[in-house]
Design a binder for this molecule. Structure first.
Ligand code: ZN
Ligand code: ZN
Ligand code: ZN
Length: 118
């Protein structure tokens, strides 16, 4: 399928303030992230195949893979990060715009955020 219309704008992330962690931690992957756009299927493909249920969905910011979160039984987003070496996944839950770097164990938040004028 060809993408029609405007390209999704690139979301840039920065490391979120995270109380309880030492300052100065950095995610070395920020420059490698892509904006995969909204997934075609809003579901964890691994869970769908095996008939499992998931709680929340995470989308890989390297290839667009959708997997379920660490609170889901499958933990397929983490599986994907470890097996593929893709470090960062974002939440695609409504109202959530953060991402998580599995390699650096850091929360990331978008620079600017939705609705900002360009
Ligand atoms: Zn990182
Ligand atoms: Zn899953
Ligand atoms: Zn991936």
């Amino acid at each position: 399928m060809k993408a029609e219309g405007a390209e999704p704008s690139m979301t840039e992330y920065r490391v979120a303030f995270d109380a309880g962690r030492p300052d100065g931690r950095a995610c070395i992957h920020l420059g490698e992230l892509v904006s995969p756009g909204d997934p075609a299927v809003r579901g964890c493909s691994e869970c769908l195949e095996s008939g499992k249920r998931w709680l929340h969905l995470r989308q890989c910011l390297s290839c667009g893979h959708v997997g379920c979160c660490d609170s889901s039984r499958g933990k397929h987003a983490q599986d994907h990060a470890e097996s593929s070496g893709h470090p960062v996944a974002r939440s695609i839950e409504r109202g959530e715009d953060w991402a998580w770097c599995y390699a650096d164990e850091l929360f990331l938040t978008p620079n600017g955020g939705p609705g900002m004028a360009t």
